[in-house]
Design a protein around this ligand. Sequence first.
Ligand code: AP5
Length: 208
Amino acid sequence: MRIVLLGAPGAGKGTQAQKLVEDYGVAHISTGDLLRAAVKAQSALGVQAKGYMDAGKLVPDELVIGLVTERLQQDDAQRGFVLDGFPRNTDQADALDVELAKLDMGLDAALLVDVRPEVIVNRLSSRRTCHDCGYTATEGVTACPRCGGKMYQRDDDRPETIARRLETYKNQTAPLIEYYRGHGILKEVDGDRPVGEVYADVTSSLGL
Ligand code: AP5
């Protein structure tokens, strides 16, 4: 399985990716998680990325593409992967095609998890994320169900930043829907339903 998950911030990409990884043992490549780890480690990349993330803007392509290229070459990605949050614009999508061709791989599908913006604002405001492993759950969960780590609210899950992230999505990332439709690999699921129902559609649309 080699797939790209598309969808607005808070559509449920990470939630569905977590389930696919648990059930099918593929690598979860989340650029958001990789960037947050770099910010936490205060690496040179993290220091550069933080300002963009806090402002709800995309981190520059040259920083993100290198991160994904390196991650795709790791052993676990050879068994398959779910790309979550990458690509985010058509330049990143072109770079991904070039990199996968070098690795003699192709994408099986680009799966759009479709959710209305009103639903998204509520979901993101109440999201809590594990400080240690990045697992996501809703408000009220204080210990991570996966690793026991402490749950916190992401800096970019505050109302003013959510609005900017949605705008960035509309202007820069949504055009990828037509990009992948043009490549003949776009699949769509309605993400505005309970997690298990969305997942049933995800697996059936991927033919799993
Ligand atoms: P990133 O971490 O990728 O954030 P995002 O795309 O904005 O996606 P989210 O993680 O917010 O949402 P999600 O769709 O995964 O939803 P989730 O499953 O958690 O990126 C953060 C920042 O990093 C960007 O703004 C940018 O600055 C930078 N960045 C990252 N990648 C980049 C790239 N490629 N290029 C440049 N910059 C990049 O669900 C949300 C909540 O809803 C959770 O609480 C969950 O429990 C709940 N939920 C999920 N599904 C359901 C459901 N069906 N019903 C009810 N609740 C649900």
